[in-house]
Design a protein around this ligand. Structure first.
Ligand SMILES: Cc1ncc(COP(=O)(O)O)c(C=O)c1O
Length: 404
């Protein structure tokens, strides 16, 4: 037998490109906690730790499914009732959808991963907004594909720069990611922008991956799926129970592939990949039916709570010297910008804030913005009084950091 070696077992190269700042930064927070400081976690978009409760009829649907013995594998695309409920809901919102083109997934996340896996080869390009929700770039890195960032513009309410997108399309572009309503910016795209995105997709035959997980959390009320503007467009839409139904830990999501026959092979490829992961969590699939066919009044209160917190967030940040914040119109995130001293990065700012105050935000470059740009993301799910306290501390800290 060969002599034992002390060298570490090598890990795959693809792991190096796989970064997810929202959770990677927790390692720093743990060090701060170990040094005796309480950390306030404003890094993860999970309403549950902030006191928002999963609607009881969804909890009951899962419990009942378990009691009734639905504890085995389900078909890979999910149980028929829930797929039908999702399809019916899309149809009601203006996008006629057949249940056969709906798959239940372990959250929006798995839908995104399955779809990118079905669409991109090594070296292919995918257009992704900057800032972006970082799962897209992480999965693309894992697949050996290239993220090509298109700008969204804080000077125009974080709307996508359509000309930039047009210039970036290349023969190897395989998809355009559209996150609307957006994380991390809280932007909602107007009809004209959506129509322009559809036109670009149509002109080049490139599908839109429509991340619509915040579709019910626009403060003015639910926004229709982008596919409602053209049911024959090349669109694959993703959503879940995580945000608007307050059940992120259940990993209960879905995707819907547009009805165009041009997407038939994509649908077949996604289904083929989905077979390999057996199914999404079974009892939670029953909650999807309950969520979509049942009472949604919790969303009215949730949207109201979010609007109140968004207003507070924007007014507090905009009152801080050297800081500006575009008003979000959906979801529970804001992306303030601090005018950084020369040579400093957004990560320097966020880590110093964490170490001095115990407040954990995520630096904008974790979402693909320029590290010198000074952006950082705040999750504003805490109560207004707690947020007021947090923002007071951020104001004092940034005053010191910026030397005001
Ligand atoms: C834009 C966006 N897409 C997808 C996800 C993942 O959601 P899920 O819990 O449904 O996987 C998130 C979670 O924060 C998100 O913000």
């Amino acid at each position: 037998m060969a002599a034992p070696t002390s060298s570490a077992v090598p890990v795959a190269r693809r792991v190096h490109g796989f970064t997810y700042a929202i959770r990677n930064i927790v390692a720093e927070a743990k060090k701060v906690e170990a040094a005796g400081r309480t950390v306030r976690y404003l890094n993860i978009g999970d309403p549950i730790p902030f006191g928002f409760a999963t609607p009881p009829h969804l909890v009951e649907a899962v419990a009942r499914a378990m009691r009734d013995g639905f504890n085995g594998y389900t078909p890979s695309p999910g149980i028929a009732e829930a797929r039908e409920a999702v399809a019916h809901d899309f149809t009601r919102r203006g996008l006629p959808t057949a249940a056969d083109r709906v798959l239940l997934t372990s959250g929006t996340s798995e839908g995104i991963e399955l779809t990118l896996g079905a669409l991109v080869n090594d070296g292919d390009e995918v257009l992704v907004p900057t800032p972006t929700y970082p799962l897209y770039t992480a999965v693309l890195a894992k697949l050996g594909a290239r993220t090509v960032y298109y700008r969204t513009d804080p000077d125009h309410g974080w709307q996508p720069d359509l000309d930039h997108i047009r210039r970036l399309v290349s023969p190897t572009t395989r998809a355009i990611v559209v996150i609307d309503p957006n994380n991390p910016t809280g932007a909602v795209y107007p009809r004209e922008t959506r129509l322009a995105l559809l036109e670009i997709s149509e002109q080049h035959g490139i599908p839109i991956l429509a991340d619509e997980v915040y579709g019910d959390l626009a403060y003015d009320g639910p926004v229709p799926p982008i596919g409602a503007l053209d049911p024959d467009a090349l669109i694959i839409s993703f959503s879940s129970l995580s945000k608007a139904y307050l059940a992120p830990g259940w990993r209960a999501g879905w995707l819907a592939v547009g009805r165009s026959p041009r997407l038939d092979e994509t649908l077949a490829a996604i289904k083929k990949l989905a077979d390999g992961r057996l199914c999404s969590p079974g009892p939670m699939q029953h909650a999807i039916t309950a969520a979509i066919t049942g009472d949604r009044s919790h969303q009215v209160a949730f949207r109201q709570a979010l609007r109140e917190r968004a207003d507070l967030t924007v007014s507090r940040f905009n009152a801080m010297p050297g800081m500006r914040c575009v008003a979000p119109t959906a979801a529970f995130y804001a992306m303030p910008q601090v005018t950084l001293p020369r040579g400093q990065t957004d990560e320097d700012f966020v880590l110093a804030l964490l170490r001095e105050t115990g407040i954990l935000c995520v630096y904008g470059s974790g979402f693909g913005t320029d590290p010198a740009g000074g952006f950082f993301r705040v999750v504003f799910l805490a109560s207004p009084s707690e947020l007021a306290d947090i923002y007071e501390q951020i104001a004092q800290f940034s005053g010191r950091f910026l030397g005001h």
